[in-house]
Design a protein around this ligand. Structure first.
Ligand SMILES: Cc1cc2nc3c(=O)[nH]c(=O)nc-3n(C[C@H](O)[C@H](O)[C@H](O)COP(=O)(O)OP(=O)(O)OC[C@H]3O[C@@H](n4cnc5c(N)ncnc54)[C@H](O)[C@@H]3O)c2cc1C
Length: 435
């Protein structure tokens, strides 16, 4: 063995009268380096080097794509359905990615050759994911592009492609108070349902006070289930229904309130001096509730809002350049190998224009937050919604944009990140039609 040879050389030299120590010992060790290395190389296994465990764990927690299929469809209200999704093992997804209650997944779907994505909060708990399912609860939108398609085509067994879990609206004990006040509106109840289920499973150790704005008494999502949890965990979970624009529901347990979720109501049902506030609902609700929290002088660090969502009408913003209103521009797109030119309505985000043009850049949050659609703007002018401007300063300086939060106000030229390996095409290409 080479190490033995090293010590042999040392002992021979010592027998010859050389006192081997210090530098000479180092020199001998140095001379033995190459034979030692050769010895170990000869003994190396011919097997491939194993994937490091950290990479395996990372792939499990943050998969690029999850191949799922619909296990069950539950009609919640007249406009809302829950789709229970499970891993499609035959398509390579062995288990659902674990997540934190409050996060969302991005659904990737192909509609008549248009690849689109939409984020949906996971309405079931992380414990449910370990037990084999995710729930997404979807409200059908009048004229909605994906929701109309979902209503018409999704049935049990239908294959669904989704991203891994994303989002920041989850309870983090190092950051948030032990009491969370959930301010929910309409389908914004979904991340809170995930939290309540996780609490009931004994996995999330918080107190949750839910203030739930409802505009239609007969269209309250998870009404029975939430009331059941409130009865079962009276010390940890309380729910206050706030009826706006409709009469309070007769079978609604106390306490109830009427009107919008105002500072008064928030003050009555929480402790603004120490609670954390999580907001999830339609865009108008974010703006209103944020103003009400400001009246209560709640510091920004105790407020978390779900991603704002895509801006549907940019002209409602004061700084929107009115000269662009009603116009159609062109976008010249370089995707690495091809260059194509597509039309773009001023009223729609650049991301929607790309999707209408049958391109499918990667996208997850559609709120300017996650950076997946980050693209280089070669030339032209865009308007970026102040609500969704998640660009870094350096990106602004060097001409990068988030197509989901940007609207064209002139003709544009873009270099798409289609070769990043996160392309929506990739999600869709792995799909097949339902059996
Ligand atoms: C973090 C987050 C979580 C969410 N969670 C939930 C949830 O739990 N439940 C829920 O119900 N909703 C949720 N949403 C909202 C959801 O993502 C969708 O916005 C909502 O379901 C409406 O989708 P839609 O496609 O039906 O409607 P829209 O997005 O309004 O679709 C209509 C729009 O589609 C575009 N369009 C039309 N034709 C085309 C075409 N050919 N190609 C491409 N685009 C076209 C146009 O811009 C049109 O305005 C969440 C949103 C966010 C940001």
């Amino acid at each position: 063995m080479s190490t033995q040879r090293g010590s042999k050389i040392t002992s021979i030299m010592e027998r010859l009268g050389f006192h081997v120590k210090g530098n000479i010992q180092d020199l001998v060790a140095f001379l033995m380096l190459v034979p030692k290395r050769k010895y170990f190389l000869r003994r190396l296994s011919v097997q491939n080097i194993e994937e490091p465990y950290i990479n395996i764990l990372s792939d499990k927690l943050h998969p690029v794509i999850q191949n799922l299929k619909i296990a069950e469809i539950i009609n919640e209200t007249k406009t809302t359905r829950t789709y229970r999704l499970m891993a499609d093992k035959a398509k390579g997804t062995q288990a659902l990615a674990y997540f934190r209650a409050g996060q969302y997944i991005s659904i990737k779907e192909r509609i008549n050759d248009h690849a689109v994505s939409r984020p949906y909060s996971i309405a079931s708990s992380p414990q449910d994911a370990l037990d084999g399912f995710y729930d997404i609860t979807i409200k059908r939108l009048e004229g909605g592009f994906l929701t109309t398609h979902i209503w018409e085509t999704w049935k049990a067994g239908y294959p669904v492609s989704a991203s891994g879990p994303y989002g920041l609206m989850y309870h983090e004990p190092l950051r948030d108070s032990g009491t969370v006040v959930g301010l929910a509106g309409g389908s914004g109840i979904t991340p809170f349902r995930s939290m309540v289920r996780e609490m009931a499973a004994g996995k999330l150790n918080i107190k949750l006070k839910l203030i739930y704005g409802c505009s239609d008494g007969q269209d309250i999502i998870f009404f029975d289930e939430l009331n059941k949890y409130a009865r079962e965990m009276p010390d940890r979970f309380r729910i206050v229904y706030v009826f706006s624009g409709c009469l309070p529901r007769k079978d609604c347990p106390d306490p109830i309130e009427e009107g919008f979720i105002t500072a008064d109501i928030i003050n009555r049902h929480s402790d603004p001096s120490k609670d954390s506030y999580f907001i999830c609902g339609p865009a108008v609700m974010y703006d209103f509730v944020a103003g009400e929290l400001e009246k209560l002088s709640i510091p920004r660090k105790r407020i978390r809002m779900e991603a704002y969502g895509e801006i549907k009408n940019p002209t409602l913003f004061k700084d929107y350049p009115y000269e662009a209103q009603g116009k159609t521009f062109t976008i010249k797109v370089h995707d690495g190998k091809d260059t194509i030119t597509i039309p773009a309505l001023a009223s729609e985000s650049v991301l929607v224009a790309l999707e209408r043009g049958k391109l499918s850049p990667p996208s997850v949050c559609r709120s300017g937050e996650c950076q997946f659609c980050r693209t280089r703007l070669i030339s032209g002018k865009i308007w970026v919604s102040p609500k969704n401007d998640g660009r870094r300063q350096a990106d602004k300086l060097f001409g990068y944009m988030h197509p989901c939060a940007s609207f064209p106000v002139s003709d544009l030229e873009l270099a798409l990140p289609l070769n990043t390996g996160r392309s929506c095409n990739k999600y869709s290409d792995t799909r097949s039609t339902p059996g």
